[in-house]
Design a protein around this ligand. Structure first.
Ligand code: HEC
Ligand code: HEC
Length: 218
């Protein structure tokens, strides 16, 4: 019996150790990311995207794109420059395994950023979210905005096989900013210009609405 237990423990250790070391290497590799992207990828500040629960394929593509300056951001280019392929693998696996959380915006320290939606009355906010949901699920036939859910999945959890990003519970400020970057052609790392073509057809009102809807999705 004791032999059996020892044997069982040995097998258990064998099974667990590679897992823990991968998790540990992920945790080590993200040490320099925590300041902006938060503990376990749930950033507090609305300009820093949450990374928790994002799919691995999308995360690693973004890191390579920053390295190559295909996605232009001086801060992230600097952060990504030092990462090896192995680091990127560990980091992407680590964040993909975390759970995204909604973080209540800090009370009234918003100063005067351009997020007018937060100052809206609850009724306007509800209307805005409804408009965002409509756009997300059905697109806009008149202006030929495609339905976002077709690529990002109906529940906005993305498509991990294709590397299409999850969008739910992301910070509204970041979503608005990155959609506007696509619209202005400042963010150009989307294959076949999928997102540039989409964002070009969107009004600012639609960008704000769909972002509010997505940020609100738990
Ligand atoms: C000083 C703040 C800062 C630090 C530190 C930082 N980041 Fe970022 N990160 C940003 C900002 C700002 C953006 C959005 C930039 C943009 O618009 O392209 C971003 C974007 C990203 C994205 C793209 C997310 C998305 O949804 O497209 C990934 C992935 C990422 N960072 C990973 C990391 C990793 C990994 C580290 C640590 C090695 C790190 N970051 C460290 C500020 C930071
Ligand atoms: C044809 C497929 C397709 C459609 C339709 C589409 N997207 Fe995307 N979207 C993508 C892909 C692919 C990416 C990632 C590009 C990359 O690899 O850098 C992306 C990226 C994004 C990002 C950046 C995520 C991040 O973390 O930085 C946002 C935000 C986004 N899409 C919102 C939308 C919205 C809102 C709609 C609908 C109005 C939409 N998308 C419609 C394929 C699509």
């Amino acid at each position: 019996m004791r032999k059996l237990v020892a044997c069982f423990l040995a097998v258990l250790m064998l099974l667990i150790s590679p897992l823990t070391s991968l998790a540990e290497s992920g945790e080590k590799a993200v040490a320099s990311c925590v300041a902006c992207h938060g503990v376990k990828g749930n950033s507090q500040a609305p300009i820093f995207p949450k990374l928790a629960g994002q799919n691995k394929k999308y995360l690693s593509k973004q890191l390579y794109d920053y390295q190559l300056n295909n996605r232009k951001n001086p801060t992230m280019q600097g952060m990504a420059a030092a990462l090896s392929e192995k680091d990127i693998e560990a980091i992407a696996s680590y964040y993909a395994a975390q759970t995204i959380q909604q973080i209540a915006p800090p009370a009234a320290d918003d100063e005067d950023d351009d997020e007018e939606s937060e100052a809206d009355s609850p009724i306007n906010h509800a209307e805005q979210i409804k408009m965002g949901e409509m756009l997300y699920t059905s697109g806009n036939l008149e202006t030929q905005v495609p339905a976002c859910g077709a690529c990002h999945a109906p529940d906005a959890r993305g498509n991990s096989l294709a590397g299409f990003p999850a969008l739910r519970s992301q910070h509204v400020t970041y979503l608005v900013s990155t959609l506007k970057q696509y619209r202005e052609g400042e963010r150009q790392n989307d294959a076949a210009a999928m997102m540039r073509k989409t964002a070009k057809r969107m009004s600012s009102e639609e960008i704000n609405a769909v972002s509010a809807y997505l940020a609100d999705l738990k």
